[in-house]
Design a protein around this ligand. Sequence first.
Ligand code: DAH
Length: 356
Amino acid sequence: MLDALKTELLESIAAAGDLAALEDVRVAALGKKGRITTLMKALGGLDAETRKERGAALNVVKDEVAEAIEVRRAALRDVALAVRLDSERIDVTLPVRPESQGTIHPISQTMDELVAIFAEMGFVVADGPDIEGDFYNFTALNMPPEHPARQMHDTFYLPPAANGETRVLRTHTSPVQIRTMLTQKPPIRIIAPGRTYRSDYDMTHTPMFHQVEALVVDETTHMGHLRGCISDFCRAFFDVDDLPVRFRPSFFPFTEPSAEVDIGCARKGGELKLGNYGDWLEILGCGMVHPRVLEMSGIDPTRYQGFAFGMGIERIAMLKYGIPDLRTFFEADLRWLKHYGFVPLDIPNVAHGAGA
Ligand code: DAH
């Protein structure tokens, strides 16, 4: 009779097609009211001799059944896992899905390119707030309250801070120079890409635009370093090895001497080409940090010199990618983004010509 029970139970264990069915079999055999459990309970009513014999036999059956359940459970688990792995299989070597719609905005792409190129030269990224104090945006950059250069910035003024300080939307990224020098000791080598604001709007001006600022301060920094750094950057960014780069004397209150930088180009039939073609195009302002700016930022000008430059990001992106109208950058037109945007995985890298 025990043999018959054992055979029957082993058969139903083998027949259980999944973990839930197997659990039902286990409860019916070994659960509180299971058939083997019931037989165990009945042993108490037998005489000592028979109980011993039958008890031992029952125990053997019980252990065999329990073990068979465990073995079957492990097998069913393996099968369930294999089925799941099969249904969730992903081929990670497949290319990006062609139907992906999102693109990286040319401003973000250009900023990533700038960071990649300057990181290679040992610069680190710094930033500052869009809402600036008058001191950082103007005064510490050698533009005291009545300075005429302040008028050129078409500044958006905000209500004053609680302490009475005049607040503005920063008109350039140059205040990050001041913040960096006030909190770091030389040697300093930073770039600061970010948003800037001026109250102006036409084909070549939008009230919000982007700049990147660079600052290097050390004991032996000179104009030669400035020239080399900017020339290397221009050639890497525009991916033209023999790109002519010209430094033209200029004026900024926060640098002395100051220069504007032109790159070589050709303008033919409304088309612009970059390279050694005899014509020039201005792309940035630069200079040696004015000793008064160093001093106001807590750096000893008798010991340290620095160079700095600032550049409009839309402008260099328009030149590199042939985008004709500045205002389109901020219209959020999906057709424009599709045309001028970048594939998300196309991460700029100097070895690839910084995304060129
Ligand atoms: N801040 C200037 C502007 O917005 C650009 C600039 C010129 C930045 C010369 C500099 C610099 O760091 O040295 O027009």
